[in-house]
Write a protein that binds this ligand. Structure first.
Ligand code: DC
Length: 222
């Protein structure tokens, strides 16, 4: 294996990217950068400031000076907004759609992508997101496109939210996932797309171990 590597994991919500990325980061002893957390924190900033997440003028008023920091504590990513650890708060369902909306704004993407490229230039890492292999790091050493059937993804997210004590309606959650898929894949700038050189893995009927083994075997061979 090369001394410094970058692995791009892209795909729609709930496809298993973050679980897989965390495992890969542990096995390969490299950093895991959850890029969705950055869009989520930006959305939280807008929500807290009473700014519509689709109002590009309003968002461009704060984006250049946003105090957003990624810190690693015991190897785990923590997201700080205005020096407050918002790692838990950004997982709330109200932030999910807001993040999808705000991520469609070019001014937001340019800011986040610059931060992501800086982190990836400094150390070996696995990044999960929507546009890592296609836009953020087109020269990533390894690119994977992780998918799963919509029903499977909705069930996974439902279980995750229930376990955290959220009151969720399955039909509504599935609708929201479909809406986010549509938003993420249809925005004008750097949409969710499978990079032409990415390996696609449909995780619907695979265990996490099977997916991780498959990726590790590609990385070790490369
Ligand atoms: O991966 P996630 O569900 O935490 O991401 C939240 C939203 O952020 C998602 O709906 C789309 C957006 N996002 C993006 O546009 N580009 C990325 N690289 C990561 C996330």
């Amino acid at each position: 294996m090369k001394e410094k590597i970058t692995i791009a994991l892209d795909g729609p919500s709930g496809s298993g990217k973050s679980t897989i990325a965390k495992r890969l980061s542990g096995i390969l002893d490299i950093l895991y950068l959850d890029t969705g957390a950055m869009y989520r924190a930006t959305a939280l900033k807008a929500l807290n400031s009473g700014i519509d997440t689709l109002d590009s003028e309003g968002v461009s008023g704060f984006i250049d000076n946003i105090d957003l920091k990624i810190r690693y504590m015991g190897g785990v990513q923590h997201t700080f907004l205005d020096e407050k650890d918002v790692s838990e708060e950004i997982r709330e369902p109200r932030v999910s759609m807001a993040a999808s909306n705000i991520s469609s704004l070019k001014c937001v993407r340019l800011k986040m992508v610059a931060l992501q490229r800086k982190i990836a230039s400094e150390t070996s890492c696995v990044l999960d997101g929507r546009d890592i292999g296609s836009f953020v790091l087109p020269d990533a050493d390894f690119k994977f496109y992780i998918t799963a059937d919509t029903d499977v993804r909705a069930k996974r997210r439902y279980k995750e939210l229930k376990e955290k004590g959220h009151d969720v309606d399955f039909a509504l959650l599935k609708k929201e996932i479909e809406q986010r898929d549509y938003n993420d894949a249809h925005r004008d700038f750097a949409p969710l797309v499978k990079a032409s050189d990415a390996i696609e893995i449909n995780t619907s009927y695979m265990t996490v171990e099977e997916v991780v083994d498959k990726i590790i075997s590609v990385v070790k061979a490369g």
